[in-house]
Design a protein. Structure first.
Ligand SMILES: [Zn+2]
Length: 272
């Protein structure tokens, strides 16, 4: 029996984050008929790799408004590749990522608007400050949205689950405090090319058809998460809340041929 469509909200501290960590899962939920919204609280200027490199070389202050617009358009374009048309960009400055009440209020407004069953975001103690702060603000926004907010038109709402990204962040010793062992894996083999196309839209952030970065990340992160589940590619998540059942659940290994697990679907893939 078909289940009721879910509302999924993915949140990344920078424009590329939700795509890289959960793009395949987003595409799978779109294909399953679910509502998927992606939210970025910032404009992501601190991650405009291309402009930063150029500025270091020529010391000419670029047109930052144009750069912000470019970053935000890239996220819209990347989401479109996944079939996600609901993109919310709050456009806050990300040069000093701190928890701000205004941003929390705005995230709570998005929660109130899309009423997510599931929120997907960074690991709580991700050592990239902009990631950890995004998650902290997300949890605070959930708290706000779950209660009475005077002047708001939506009813109190609490998502049923939060899934944190279970993937490596910045390589440093703080990361040893973070669990990277996923509680849930999503087989993204059928959507890996969509994810790859989406990542290639993030040209100013080091990706693009001329760069092998998406292929490298696909094979080493999604590939290693998939291989133990005997599928070519998977995304990994850590559930925030224990799930309640009346009997213990088990997922029987899928029907994908285990021999497929070493398929390198990105190897000879020609980006569009
Ligand atoms: Zn990031």
């Amino acid at each position: 029996m078909a289940r009721k469509p879910l509302s999924i909200l993915t949140i990344g501290g920078h424009p590329k984050d939700a795509i890289i960590a959960s793009g395949g899962t987003m595409a799978n939920h779109v294909a399953a008929g679910d509502r998927v919204t992606t939210l970025c609280p910032t404009h992501g200027l601190s991650h405009h790799t291309e402009a930063i490199t150029k500025y270091k070389a020529d010391r000419k202050m670029p047109d930052v408004e144009a750069l912000k617009a470019e970053l935000m358009q890239e996220l819209v374009d990347a989401a479109t590749e996944l079939g996600v048309t609901d993109v919310r960009i709050l456009g806050h400055d990300d040069s000093v990522p701190i928890v701000e009440r205004q941003i929390i209020e705005e995230i709570a407004d998005v929660i109130g608007d899309v009423l997510p069953d599931i929120i997907i975001t960074h690991a709580l103690y991700d050592s990239v400050p902009g990631h950890a702060v995004a998650t902290e603000m997300t949890l605070l926004a959930m708290e706000a949205a779950s209660g009475f907010r005077p002047g708001k038109s939506y009813p109190p709402h609490k998502p049923s689950q939060v899934f944190f990204h279970a993937q490596a962040g910045r390589t440093n010793v703080l990361e040893t405090n973070i669990s990277r062992v996923p509680t849930h894996l999503v087989d993204i083999t059928d959507s890996i090319h969509k994810k790859s196309e989406a990542m290639n839209r993030l040209k100013t952030q080091g990706y693009g058809a001329d760069s092998p970065t998406q292929r490298k990340l696909g094979e080493v992160i999604d590939g290693i998460l998939g291989i133990h589940a005997r599928v070519p590619y998977a995304e990994g998540f850590i559930a925030h809340n224990p799930s309640l059942y009346t009997t213990l659940p088990v997922v029987i290994q899928g029907d994908r041929d285990p021999a497929q697990m070493t398929n390198m679907l990105l190897d000879n893939y020609k980006p569009q």
